[in-house]
Design a protein. Structure first.
Length: 312
């Protein structure tokens, strides 16, 4: 059922009229409620929380159509008997305005599950990944926990508050993890909006990291003719020398610690969108590993359509 249908169902259970719900929500007329219940209007996360309060239920119930499960995500103590551990930090703190829906891209449902779940399930199934952490958009933490229960993400170990940028979110993640892992352990950084990540790509970036201490998946741009328009006259760029950054990227914890020690000592503003750009701006070496053209990032409505078609 849709969010609108679940609101309507709960309103019936509360024996409220559309006008009574409109009054409680602060709407001028019941027509707004009618449009929401029919699916004509979307509901923002902020409004969804208010609907839940007014209807004496939870946001999860209005989204999924069932009462919030009593099962909770447990955060077990880590087994240090294994020499090296691999943790993945999934960045899900963004809120784009580029799609036509009133919901962040990472939480849009495609083929029966949210985009972030498509991503989490690949890491759940990878044998080299021990722990999953999600840097989460504020207000969505309980929903991500429910996703973990519903879709069997047993490797989820914790949720971390997002920062104002990708690099700031990474710093929050580092502060959360730094006392839990050894210097030779590995952290994978993954965008929640790249749901077409594969186990093969994860293995490739882990292998490169084991050899070099750091690795970033990229995509060669040599299929396209490109020009630099910053000067007075367009300048042709040599295609075979141009790459586009993707995710995941993988780094030893010792390197990540060194990076954020330097950030702390230099007062670096953490304006970067990803760890690789942070490494670059701080003067660290970068090891690029060729990925695949299908590792798309969900940013616009057409990306959602492409991913949906791929799922089918």
């Amino acid at each position: 059922m849709s969010v609108g249908s679940n609101i309507k169902k709960r309103r019936y259970e509360m024996r409220m009229s559309q006008q009574e719900l409109a009054d409680a929500m602060g709407y001028k007329t019941r027509s707004t409620i009618a449009k929401i219940e029919s699916g004509e209007n979307d509901v923002s996360q902020k409004k969804l929380q208010k609907f839940a309060n007014v209807l004496d239920t939870t946001v999860e119930s209005l989204i999924f159509g069932y009462a919030k499960p009593e099962i909770v995500v447990t955060l077990p103590e880590q087994d240090r008997s294994q020499k090296n551990k691999t943790a993945v930090v999934i960045l899900a703190g963004g809120k784009t305005g580029k799609n036509s829906r009133n919901i962040p891209n990472q939480f849009i449902d495609v083929n029966g599950k949210p985009i972030i779940v498509h991503c989490m399930q690949v890491y759940q199934s990878h044998p080299s990944v021990d722990d999953i952490y999600v840097v989460c958009l504020r207000g969505w933490e309980d929903i991500v926990k429910d996703y973990a229960v519903q879709f069997g993400i047993s490797k989820l170990r914790g949720l971390i508050s997002a920062g104002n940028s990708g690099a700031a979110s990474l710093k929050n993640g580092y502060e959360f993890l730094k006392d839990k892992y050894a210097s030779d352990d590995v952290v994978i950084i993954q965008e929640a909006t790249r749901p077409m990540i594969t186990t093969e790509t994860i293995s490739k970036v882990l292998l490169a990291c084991s050899e070099n201490g750091s690795a970033t998946i990229c995509h060669s741009m040599n299929d396209y003719v490109q020009f630099d328009l910053s000067g007075d006259y367009p300048e042709y760029l040599e295609r075979e020398k141009i790459i586009a950054l993707q995710s995941p990227e993988s780094h030893r914890f010792s390197l990540v610690s060194e990076v954020f020690d330097m950030v702390q000592s230099s007062g670096h503003p953490l304006s970067e969108s990803n760890c690789t750009m942070l490494l670059y701006n701080l003067g660290f070496d970068i090891n690029f590993v060729e990925g695949g053209i299908n590792n798309i990032k969900i940013e616009r409505e057409e990306d959602i359509i492409k991913f949906s078609a791929w799922c089918k």
